[in-house]
Structures are given as C-alpha cells and as structure tokens.
Design a protein around this ligand. Sequence first.
Ligand code: CMP
Length: 140
Amino acid sequence: MAVEKTLSIVKPDGVQNGHIGHVISVFEANGLTIRAAKLAWLTTAQAEGFYAEHKGRGFFGELIEFMTSGPVLLICLEGENAIAKNRELMGATDPAQASDGTIRKLYAESKGRNTVHGSDGGASAARELRYFFAEAFEFC
Ligand code: CMP
C-alpha cells in the first residue's frame, strides 16, 4: 500500500448540522492525517469548476445550488491507501445504499445532501487538491 493524499469536503449540511468534529475524528481514528484544511463559502464559479465533469447532468443545478448554500470544510487527507479508505469511511453516494457506521449512513439525507465528498481516484485527487489548495500544494 502506498501513502496517498486525497480531498475530503464536509458539505454545507455537514457544517450546518455540526458534524465537522465527528467527521475529522473518524478520519483520525482510521489512520488519516489532516495535512491542510480551510473553511470556505464557494462561489458559483468555484463550484461549477470543481464539478465540471457533471455539467449537463440532470442534478447539476441542484448540486451547485446546494454546494454554494453555506460554508464547506475543505480537507487534505494523507495516509496509507487514503483515497479508498476515505471512500470506505464516507459510504455510498446514496445514503440508502451506505453501509452501517459510515458517515453518510449516519448523517446524509439524500444523494444530493450527502454530508461529505471524497476524491474517487488518483487523478481526481491530484486535480481536486490542486483546485482548492494550490497555495499549499507542497503540504497537500
Ligand atoms: P460528490 O461525491 O460530491 O460528487 C458528485 C455529487 O453529485 C455527489 O457527491 C452527489 O452529492 C451529487 N449527486 C449525484 N447523483 C445525484 C442525484 N441523482 N441527485 C442529486 N445529486 C446527485
């Protein structure tokens, strides 16, 4: 297994509902280290750029509206197998399909309001970390 870095986002529902602390404690209890983190209120342009691969899909407008509805916590995670580990800890996109004990099973309301985002592979992790942490890329 390799040491990897990946992007996690605590989405507006997770921030508003007070789940930042628990989400971070789940990461740390599972061997993931916080290398960088910042609270941000995304602009429409930032959210559209981040989710550009989903442009044209039926849920895109709803996704952008939700992701700009309040602050998010952007986190650079590092650890052994961090990309897959973060996805395992998050659970499935649809909370109805998420395994017991996962963050989305605990807190997500729907596919859209699903509390956390995690990079889905090495290429997207590199792109997403650079997108939000360009100024600190030597750390994350
Ligand atoms: P995320 O991991 O942030 O990446 C893309 C997001 O699109 C995904 O989580 C979901 O929140 C959202 N998404 C995917 N499918 C749907 C859907 N059918 N309806 C609303 N949002 C969706």
